[in-house]
Write a protein that binds this ligand. Structure first.
Ligand code: AMP
Ligand code: ZN
Length: 492
């Protein structure tokens, strides 16, 4: 039986502001959309906090046996400087400053993002669509919204009519803003904006002559508004109504509010059943943010090249640090906090090594099942990773007592104990054991030695030995190739 059938997951829904039992649209399947990075610069550790939490959500859902389609987009057009409808496109601006193509900017920071996520042991999402790859679909959605009477064109730009939408729907439902507060930062100068109401937001913007990222449309040569891509891509890959939509809290307004309005106008239904928002990572008590310069890059933590920390830390320590806090609380980044996390992480890894050497007894002196249930209960309670970690440390205490024969476990219980701790630590939290050595250099050394011995055998006309070395290496997937330059190899 799939684990999700016996684990009743509860999720804090930002829309209803309460924890709700999770019931997917299609039993056994979960559709999850998380707003991805705007690839105009390196993702900072704050961004990573948000993506890392959803990585753990994805991991846990997979562990429970759900078939998950996890969509995390790449924003490579349309995100203007001030999150609103005015200013330069962030990617275009970077391209102009560096005198390179916008798509070079996109490529550079997408590759960097992927490299960082790999180092931090993220699972790749099922689909990673881009805004520029869905311009046609975005134009189609604008046509639909115009068709429903909720968007209008002025001078080649198209705006969503928030006031008209609000007559039958509630704009502000997610962020709790009333319609008067929900004003998008348009330049206040009268006559500068084409909008009918200051609350309206752009679906399509006409590009001025200098704007390099532009596409033709029925309204003008221009580019889509930032909010549109997520409505389009979530609908395309997950349907009009799907299970989970995530992002940082700072995206609630205007981004997610606008997404709801766009999607609901087209489909008539609320697009998302569970909205999840992560709280902010702070540095020096301020939100970590690129715009203020108050940030650290995930790569700088690994190399130690930064002015905030006294030393380098591993990716797993950073993961552990993140998971020690509830995703709905702010989290303060500091050298002391990382040092404490490093201590805790090493304690945990050390205990896991000890556990693999414990000998079983004839009886058990504590209930592994009860302890296991507490671990699941923690994750089922809105992915409560700090409580899970507290239970894992209760496990650490048991391990030391087992070592000293103060507690006992049967073979069966010991196996369950090991399996559970490994599942939660490595599969669900996504930690790695840093002490596991990288043996690739040693492997290279051994193969080189065997190639040398085979060469000697051939020189001595010992064909049997030479063939034995070649065939037995081939049997384990290492293929030798003799060439003019000597013998090379490939590992399959
Ligand atoms: P962006 O690339 O700016 O669109 O941001 C990518 C994601 O990172 C979004 O979900 C943001 O809400 C999130 N984010 C930005 N700053 C922080 C922060 N300081 N702490 C946590 N998440 C953040
Ligand atoms: Zn989005």
């Amino acid at each position: 039986m799939e684990l999700y059938k016996e684990n009743q997951l509860k999720i804090y829904n930002s829309l209803t502001k309460q924890k709700e039992f999770f019931k997917p649209v299609h039993e056994g399947h979960v559709g999850m959309y998380v707003c991805g990075p705007t690839v105009y610069s390196n993702a900072h550790l704050g961004n990573i906090r948000t993506f890392m939490f959803f990585d753990v959500v994805y991991r846990y859902l997979l562990h429970l046996g759900y078939k998950v389609r996890y969509v995390r987009n790449i924003t490579d057009a349309g995100h203007l400087e001030n999150d609103a409808d005015e200013g330069e496109d962030r990617i275009s601006k970077k391209a102009r400053l560096e005198q390179i193509e916008p798509m070079e900017v996109v490529q550079r920071y997408t590759v960097d993002f992927h490299n960082v996520l790999k180092k931090y042991n993220f699972l790749p999402p099922s689909i990673e669509p881009t805004a520029t790859g869905h311009i046609v679909e975005q134009i189609e959605m604008i046509k639909q919204i115009i068709g429903k009477g909720l968007a209008y064109e002025v001078n080649g730009s198209v705006y969503f009519d928030v006031i008209a939408y609000n007559e039958k729907n509630k704009y502000g439902i997610l962020s709790g803003r009333n319609i008067e507060d929900a004003i998008h930062n348009t330049r206040a100068l009268d006559g500068q904006s084409d909008k009918k109401n200051p609350q309206d937001f752009a679906l399509w913007k006409k590009a001025d002559e200098k704007h390099i990222m532009r596409w033709s449309s029925p309204w003008s040569d221009g580019f889509p508004g930032w909010h549109l891509e997520c409505s389009v891509m979530s609908t395309k890959y997950l349907g009009e109504q799907f299970d989970i939509h995530g992002g940082g809290m700072d995206l609630k307004f205007p981004h997610h509010e606008c997404e709801i309005a766009q999607s609901k106008t087209c489909s008539g239904v609320d697009p998302v059943n569970y909205w999840m928002h992560t709280n902010m990572l702070l540095l020096n008590s301020q939100k970590m943010a690129k715009s203020t310069g108050n940030f650290i890059l995930p790569e700088q933590i690994l190399t130690g090249e930064n002015t905030i920390l006294n030393k380098a830390f591993s990716a797993s320590v950073v993961r552990f640090f993140n998971m020690q806090a509830s995703y709905r609380s702010v989290l303060d980044f500091s050298s002391d906090a990382l040092l404490a996390a490093e201590k805790g992480y090493h304690k945990l890894m050390e205990a896991i090594t000890i556990l693999s050497n414990i000998t079983p007894s004839k009886s058990s002196s504590f209930s592994v099942n009860d302890w296991e249930k507490k671990c699941y209960d923690a994750m089922n309670d809105d992915f409560n990773t700090p409580i899970l970690i507290a239970h894992l440390f209760e496990g650490v205490k048991y391990i030391h007592q087992l070592k000293e024969n103060k507690e006992l476990l049967t073979k069966e219980d010991l196996t369950l104990f090991q399996k559970t701790i490994n599942t939660f630590v490595f599969d669900v939290l996504g930690l790695l054991d840093d002490s596991e050595e990288d043996n690739s250099e040693k492997l290279t050394g051994v193969i080189d030695l065997l190639i040398e011995l085979r060469k000697e055998a051939r020189e001595n006309r010992d064909w049997a030995m030479s063939d034995k070395i070649r065939d037995q290496l081939a049997a384990i997937g290492i293929e030798l190739k003799d060439g003019r330059e000597g013998t090379s190899y490939t590992i399959k």
